[in-house]
Design a protein around this ligand. Sequence first.
Ligand SMILES: [Mg+2]
Ligand SMILES: [Zn+2]
Length: 182
Amino acid sequence: MTEPAVPVHAVLFDRDDTLIVDVPYNGDPEAVRTMPSARAAIDRVRAAGIPVGVISNQSGIARGLLTREQVRAVNNRVEELLGPFDVWRVCPHAPRDGCECRKPRPGMILSAAAALGVAPENVVMIGDIGADVDAAEAAGARGILVPTRLTLHQERADATTVAETLADAVALALGVEMADER
Ligand SMILES: [Mg+2]
Ligand SMILES: [Zn+2]
């Protein structure tokens, strides 16, 4: 890694298939299952005194498949399992709405950074698909891709920074150790 170390003042996470197992358009808190080592990874960020947040596209709301209340209930369950987050941003829109918030647009990351009082360049966004890291780049933040089985090969190939696990991604974000950087 040749780029200079940039201080990290916030770590933002995608929700589905990053913090919890994706159940498409899930509105049932009882169906929430955390990803392996998610709690430990987030706690490591918290222990460093760095705020954590969640940045999530939930187009099921616009599609009429989910209510905002169901999304809130699922998010409350996420906090029960993974502890409190300092900021949440949820995009309720569908792609055709052309909003500023739906990833890969930068709106939610910029809004979360502003709410935390940190500059976007001091934010790391961790997620499992190209839209997560593209949103980070569009916001002037740093993105780290943690691929799953469902991540497209091209998304992995296009990502600036890839970590194989959430723990590796957090370690990389905190500058604790190197993961795959190219
Ligand atoms: Mg995801
Ligand atoms: Zn939106």
